[in-house]
Write a protein of this length. Structure first.
Length: 462
């Protein structure tokens, strides 16, 4: 199997150059081998079908564990959902299957998306293929790690609440596209925080990410926040011509950044300028309040979402003894990890009567300020550019030393665009030694095409 790009795969499978059953066997076998070394998956498919529709022609697609796949355990990285096998596919998954894709497996993630390093996983912590002593990033660590390590055509379906697509894409040196909130249906997603969750692709190239977005985007009556977007082919209008594009550089996003990251991102910005775009600095003054606001909103929503996991309906069940409360607390104590418990407590506290105005309502106001900052910037700029992450992929031994607060601070650059629901893409822009660095591009709501074009032009110039 020599082909790695999805574009070449599509060409070769149509011309009959690839023998599908052989390809499928090899892909599954390779996924298994990579998994035993790096822990990318919670479950891997046993076999693929033989008949496939275009446009995907049997392309292997991995699915983050929190996105339901019929007949495969879908546990959102949590022990409390162990044994939960959904009887239906999430809309994004059914679109992939309808387009002829094959689910290759369920990728490991932080429990319910709670994390930045994929170290809060009930089914194994994925290791970074660039250095197995380091994190893949999170929470979609398995998705990004596998995308980087697989030497055959594949695209991952991942999800972001506050940066879970961009962060692991950056740490693993692949492309991560978080679409506008609502562009991809959330039906069948095991929610973290409903007002923030977005499903999107992680892929080896910008073209691949654009291609997968075209397949999964579109209105779905089963998701009340779903936007129109059916039938847009983002690859058709993919263009390297970015002459005259205006790029904003938010100055708050360059504070306390690792020196190598800063250097690589600035040289990427200069590269983009040399392709005919112009850049200018801009200020987004609410940035400093975004992180605390995010952690209040996200945990408040998470604490209500997790209430349904109590050993009655989904996943883990226990021995019924004592009253309901006793049974629920036994199952929940056993099934939830430490970080999930912390967030349930934090979120419950933030929305308790008496505290709601002081925390939750205030956080909602900050969210509006963050959105306004972006809206103002997008009156002047087509795209904003910044580092994706302030640090290089850390070692597991370094992560262990971090306090919860230090952990949350790592999301400082990815949280604001996620709060605003705007689209963003992380594209590889260089290395520090063997460790990849990501450039983060952000655009106004539904301006995915602009975003993809800048990313594509940059990728081509590398
Ligand atoms: N690291 C952030 C958090 O823990 C974002 C994770 C995500 O996007 N799911 O909330």
């Amino acid at each position: 199997m020599k082909i790695t790009s999805v574009q070449n795969y599509l060409r070769d499978i149509q011309s009959g150059e690839i023998e599908y059953s052989q390809f499928a066997l090899e892909a599954i076998d390779k996924a298994k081998r990579l998994n035993s070394k790096y822990n990318f998956f919670q479950d891997i498919s046993q076999a693929f079908a033989t008949q496939h529709e275009d446009p995907l022609y049997g392309l292997p697609v991995s699915v983050k564990d929190n996105i339901c796949v019929k007949g495969m355990q879908s546990s959102a990285g949590s022990l409390i959902l162990k044994g939960y096998v959904p009887p239906f596919d999430a809309t994004a998954v059914s679109r992939v299957i309808r387009a002829g894709g094959e689910v290759i497996g369920k990728t490991n993630q932080d429990e319910f998306g709670f994390g930045t390093f994929s170290t809060n996983c009930a089914f194994g912590t994925p290791k970074n293929p660039h250095d197995p002593e380091r994190s893949c990033g999170g929470s979609s660590g398995g998705a990004a790690g596998f995308t980087a390590a697989a030497d055959f055509p594949h695209i991952a379906i991942a999800e972001s609440t506050g940066g879970s697509i961009s962060c692991p894409a950056s740490f693993c040196g692949v492309v991560g596209l978080t679409p506008t909130y609502g562009l991809v249906s959330r039906y069948g997603l095991i929610d973290y925080a409903n007002s923030l969750d977005k499903i999107g692709p992680i892929a080896k190239s910008v073209w691949d990410a654009a291609f997968m977005l075209s397949i999964i985007a579109g209105h779905d009556h089963r998701d009340s926040t779903s936007l129109p977007g059916e039938g847009i082919d983002y690859t058709k209008k993919l263009s390297e011509d970015i002459k005259g594009m205006k790029i904003g550089i938010p100055k708050e996003y360059f504070q306390n950044i690792n020196r190598d990251v800063e250097r690589a991102v600035w040289s990427a910005i200069e590269k983009i300028e040399s392709l005919g775009a112009q850049y200018k600095k801009v200020t987004l003054p609410s940035t400093q309040f975004a992180l605390p606001a995010y952690y209040i909103i996200a945990t408040a929503e998470a604490s209500t979402n997790l209430a349904k996991f109590c050993g009655m309906r989904y996943g883990l069940h226990g021995q019924i003894k004592g009253g309901f409360n006793e049974y629920f607390s036994n199952v929940r104590s056993e099934g939830f990890g430490k970080e999930a418990k912390r967030r349930i407590m934090l979120g419950t506290f933030a929305r308790m009567s008496g505290y709601r105005d002081r925390y939750y309502m205030k956080a909602m106001k900050v969210r509006t300020l963050v959105i306004n900052d972006f809206k103002k910037a997008f009156k002047k700029f087509d795209v904003l550019a910044a580092p994706t992450m302030p640090i290089l992929p850390p070692k597991f031994s370094e992560i262990e030393e971090l306090s919860a607060m230090e952990n949350y601070q790592m999301d400082v650059l990815t949280v604001p665009p996620n709060l605003a629901g705007i689209p963003m893409i992380s594209v590889p822009c260089g290395f520090s030694g063997k460790l990849p660095i990501g450039l983060h591009l952000m655009a106004d709501h539904l301006q995915e095409q602009k975003l993809l074009n800048v990313a594509y032009a940059f990728e081509r110039s590398m």
